[in-house]
Structures are given as structure tokens and as C-alpha cells.
Ligand binder design. Structure first.
Ligand code: NAG
Ligand code: NAG
Ligand code: NAG
Ligand code: NAG
Ligand code: NAG
Length: 452
């Protein structure tokens, strides 16, 4: 009898995988009003992706399931959990978890997936971590199917994906897999926050962003206009003029290598200005990629796995505690957790330069799409994403206008039927971290299909 019950529990017949359930967490001293699971989802044979699933604090049965993906490529969604939109965040020395009152699981069942294998606690049996955009979409899709197998209770809920940064590639490519696949998933839409949507628009807009935010001055700006432009048409993305290339390199130096916080222009760089280091992070290699400017100059910089000017020490301290790993069901053989994996970043093959075709097909299938940007970010700047959205040539239904949170203008938005572009004023790359209240309001409005 006992073995029978055990078997039932383990095989998930009761509706959820009991072996993955998390009952208590080191450092969490408050009682929580939701359930959580942490374990592995099986993707392609030998690929095991770590997930952490927290149910909604409101109504798990009727609230949607939302998958959250951080970018990189190579960065962990647990950073999103512990410092952006998860139910608790971690204090400096990793000793205490405190409640995030703007957690997105106030209104949704949140699924955090560490992807691809090699990121965070995710791993592959072969230990080979070279991958590409197509394999990532396939493995994320297979992992998602495994999630719904493990949690059959949630198959009837509406499902959405939110991706940040390089999640701008992961999200629409996974969305396409879902709409193309046969699985019964009630997929309703997706959102991309400060995402890489088009290399062309991202590069092109960044130079204007830099000039109009006072970063490059008139001398450089007029030279850029002289050598990179023909009449009104400028090409900062893949210009082959030798002088122009040098000027773009100069712009890149100012943005990434002069000590500015590339993720948040008006915030300080944690630890002080970091010269000759910014280049090596993957997010930054996503910019001006055509010119292949990135050159590693110091060993220290090459081994730097935390995004420049960002302090991930608290998350690192907590996630690498032995008792935390045990509580999260992480096998002992899995190496230390890092915010971003250098191995994954370096072995990654970028296949897509633009997500245009994906968006057009997904919109034609009736999905609701939100493209949102903290407007002080330079890794994936708001202007490039705005131009990308405009390039989809959908019919405008709501004119560009402010949206309001707490009697203050929280940003601006415009709508094209099911496609919304929205900014979060004064926020950087990690919107839920730096504008938590506005981010939660945006999240709720999007999910409930109500005005922003
Ligand atoms: C999942 O289903 C099981 C069995 O029907 C039920 O006991 C459990 O409460 C359900 N969980 C949720 C979150 O709905
Ligand atoms: C960690 O920080 C907390 C306060 O945030 C403090 O009470 C505790 O003593 C610190 N622990 C260590 C080991 O430094
Ligand atoms: C430059 O980029 C544009 C837009 O992505 C593309 O159509 C064109 O082929 C590229 N040219 C070169 C030389 O790579
Ligand atoms: C990063 O955070 C840790 C813990 O919160 C702190 O001890 C350290 O001084 C910080 N590092 C920098 C460079 O600010
Ligand atoms: C918007 O999405 C809804 C379903 O969410 C769909 O019925 C409608 O046709 C879509 N509108 C457009 C213009 O595609």
C-alpha cells in the first residue's frame, strides 16, 4: 500500500510532481501563501533544464501560467526570480530572503526556466554546451511540454511567455514552436522586455540615442553624419566605409567602455567605473556585431561572468549555499551557479538577425504581443524596439500617449491591434527590478487585456 502511494506521488498522477515540491527555503522566515516546485524538465535526450515554478497568490486555478526567460545568451532566469519579479529577493550576504511586494506571482503562476543547458543549474549529460537559436527554441519547447506533463492541472490555464533581452530571440522562436506544434497549450500571447528584436534597428537607433542623450558630442556626431550617411540615410549597422567603422568604434567605446552603466544610463556603475571590461559580456556582444569589435584584453575580464556594472553577489551567495541547493533539489555534481555562463555565451551560434517574420506570423495567429522597454537602457534601447515594432506595419489603433501609475506618468505606449509598444520612463534593462510597481501594473494590464 505504501509503495503504491509513493509511486502515485512520484509519477505525478496526483497532479503535481511531489518530489520537486519545495517546502521550505533557507533564509525565508515568512509564511508564504503559494506553492512552489523546483527540479528538472527534460528537453532533447540528455538535456535537463532547471525550473522553479511558483503558483499564483491570487487564484492558481484560473490565473494564467507565465514562463519567464532571461537572456544573454547564457544568463539565468533565477536572476530574474531573485532580483526582478520573483516572490522573494535575497539580501546582500545571501542570508535572508525578503518578500517582493511587486512579485508577478501576485496574479500569475510563474515558471522560471534556466535555458539553455549550461546556464545556472541546467546541464547536459554530454557536457557539450555549444548551441544555437534553433536548438534553444526546440529544447525550450520540449521542456515546456514536459512541464505540462508534470503539472497536468495547469494545462487548462491561459499561457503566456515573457522574455527579457536576448529573450527577444528566445520568446518569439518558442512562441512559433508552440503555435506550430500539436500540444494542447492555451497559448495567448507573449511579451518582450528590452529585447533584441532586430540587430539593424538596435544598432541604428543606439547611435541616435547616444547623441540625443548627450553622450557623444557634436564633433563626433557631425563626422558620423559625414562618413556614415548619404543624404538623409545613415547606416550605423553594417557600414563598410573605413572612416565610418572607426567612428562607430568610438561610439561603442563611449557607450560600453568608458564607465557608463550600459543597462541603465542614469544609474551608477556598481563597483565604480569599469574600463576595458564591459565588452566581454554577451549582451554587449549583441551590439554592432557586424564590426566584430570585441577583443579580449585581460584575463580577468575574460572570466567575468556577471554583466558589467551589475552586482550579482547576493544571488550568487544564496544560490550556492549547500542547504539552498538541497532545498531546490539540485544534484551535488552540478557546478556552482553563475548569473551568466561564459561557456554557453561563447559556444552560442546566432542564427537570426531579426524577429520580423516571427512577429508577423504570430500576430496573424491572433496572439497578443507586448514589446516594452525601460527607456534608459542602452543594451537594447527603446528607440530600436520602437522602430522594429513600427516596421511590422500593423494598423495603428491607439496613438502614442502616456500611461499612468501612482498619479505619475509611468511611460508611453501605442497600440496596433494586438501589438503594443510601451516604455517605462526612467527604467533600465531590468524593468521589474528598477520599476517594480510600474512593471507589475503593466503585467496585470497586459494579462487582463485592460488599458495600460
Ligand atoms: C491539482 O489536482 C489535484 C487532483 O485533482 C488537486 O488535489 C490539487 O489541488 C490541484 N492543484 C491545483 C493547484 O489546482
Ligand atoms: C547578513 O546580513 C544580515 C542583515 O542583512 C545580518 O543580520 C547578518 O548578520 C549577516 N550575516 C553575515 C554572516 O554576515
Ligand atoms: C546590412 O544590413 C542590411 C539590413 O539588415 C542587409 O539587408 C544588408 O544585406 C547588410 N549588408 C551587408 C554588407 O552585410
Ligand atoms: C556587491 O554586493 C556585495 C553584497 O551585497 C557587496 O559586499 C559588494 O561590496 C558589492 N560589490 C560592489 C563592487 O559594489
Ligand atoms: C487579436 O487577437 C484576437 C484573439 O486574441 C483575435 O480574435 C483577433 O482577430 C486579433 N486581431 C487582429 C487584428 O489580428
Amino acid at each position: 500500500m505504501l509503495w503504491f502511494l509513493l509511486l502515485l506521488g512520484v509519477s505525478g498522477v496526483l497532479g503535481e510532481p511531489s518530489q520537486d515540491e519545495v517546502f521550505s527555503l533557507p533564509g525565508l522566515n515568512t509564511k508564504i501563501n503559494f506553492k512552489q516546485w523546483s527540479g528538472y524538465l527534460e528537453a532533447s535526450p540528455g538535456i535537463h533544464l532547471h525550473y522553479w515554478f511558483v503558483t499564483s497568490q491570487q487564484d492558481p486555478t484560473s490565473d494564467p501560467v507565465v514562463l519567464w526567460l532571461n537572456g544573454g545568451p547564457g544568463c539565468s532566469s533565477l536572476d530574474g526570480f531573485l532580483s526582478e519579479n520573483g516572490p522573494f529577493h535575497v539580501n546582500d550576504n545571501g542570508s535572508t530572503l525578503y518578500i517582493n511586494e511587486y512579485s508577478w506571482n501576485k496574479v500569475a503562476n510563474m515558471l522560471y526556466l534556466e535555458s539553455p543547458a549550461g546556464v545556472g543549474f541546467s546541464y547536459s549529460d554530454s557536457g557539450d554546451y555549444a548551441t544555437n537559436d534553433k536548438q534553444v527554441a526546440e529544447n525550450n519547447y520540449l521542456a515546456l511540454l514536459d512541464f505540462f506533463r508534470k503539472f497536468p492541472n495547469f494545462t487548462k490555464n491561459a499561457f503566456y511567455i515573457f522574455g527579457e533581452s536576448y529573450g527577444g530571440i528566445y520568446t518569439p522562436t518558442l512562441a512559433f514552436k508552440i503555435t506550430d506544434g500539436a500540444a494542447e497549450i492555451h497559448f495567448k500571447g507573449f511579451a518582450v522586455g528590452n529585447g533584441l528584436s532586430s540587430r539593424y534597428y538596435n544598432d541604428q537607433a543606439l547611435v541616435y540615442f547616444a547623441y540625443y542623450h548627450g553622450l557623444i558630442g557634436d564633433t563626433l556626431w557631425s563626422k558620423l553624419n559625414q562618413f556614415c550617411c548619404t543624404g538623409e540615410r545613415c547606416n550605423f549597422h553594417n557600414n563598410t566605409d573605413r572612416v565610418c567603422v572607426e567612428l562607430i568604434r568610438h561610439v561603442q567605446d563611449i557607450i560600453f567602455d568608458s564607465g557608463l552603466n550600459v543597462y541603465s544610463l542614469y544609474m551608477d556603475c556598481s563597483g565604480g567605473m569599469q574600463r576595458n571590461s564591459a565588452r566581454f559580456h554577451r549582451d554587449i556582444e549583441n551590439l554592432f556585431r557586424f564590426y566584430q569589435f570585441h577583443t579580449v584584453t585581460t584575463r580577468e575580464a575574460a572570466h567575468k561572468m556577471t554583466p558589467p556594472c551589475i552586482n550579482g553577489t547576493a544571488q550568487w551567495n544564496w544560490l550556492n549555499r549547500a542547504d539552498v541547493r538541497t532545498a531546490l533539489h539540485i544534484p551535488q555534481r552540478i557546478p556552482v551557479w553563475e548569473v551568466c555562463s561564459q561557456v554557453v555565451g561563447e559556444g552560442y551560434e546566432h542564427i537570426y538577425d531579426t524577429m520580423q517574420d516571427f512577429y508577423l506570423q504570430l500576430l496573424s495567429k491572433g496572439l497578443r504581443v507586448l514589446v516594452y522597454n525601460g527607456d534608459t537602457d542602452m543594451a537594447c534601447n527603446f528607440l530600436g524596439d520602437h522602430w522594429f515594432v513600427r516596421s511590422l506595419k500593423q494598423k495603428k489603433t491607439v496613438e502614442y500617449q502616456p500611461w499612468v501609475c501612482d498619479h505619475q506618468i509611468a511611460g508611453f505606449y501605442e497600440q496596433y491591434g494586438n501589438l503594443t509598444f510601451l516604455t517605462i520612463k526612467g527604467a533600465g534593462h531590468m524593468v521589474p527590478q528598477w520599476a517594480p510597481k510600474q512593471a507589475l501594473q503593466m503585467f496585470k494590464s497586459y494579462l487582463s487585456h485592460s488599458p495600460y
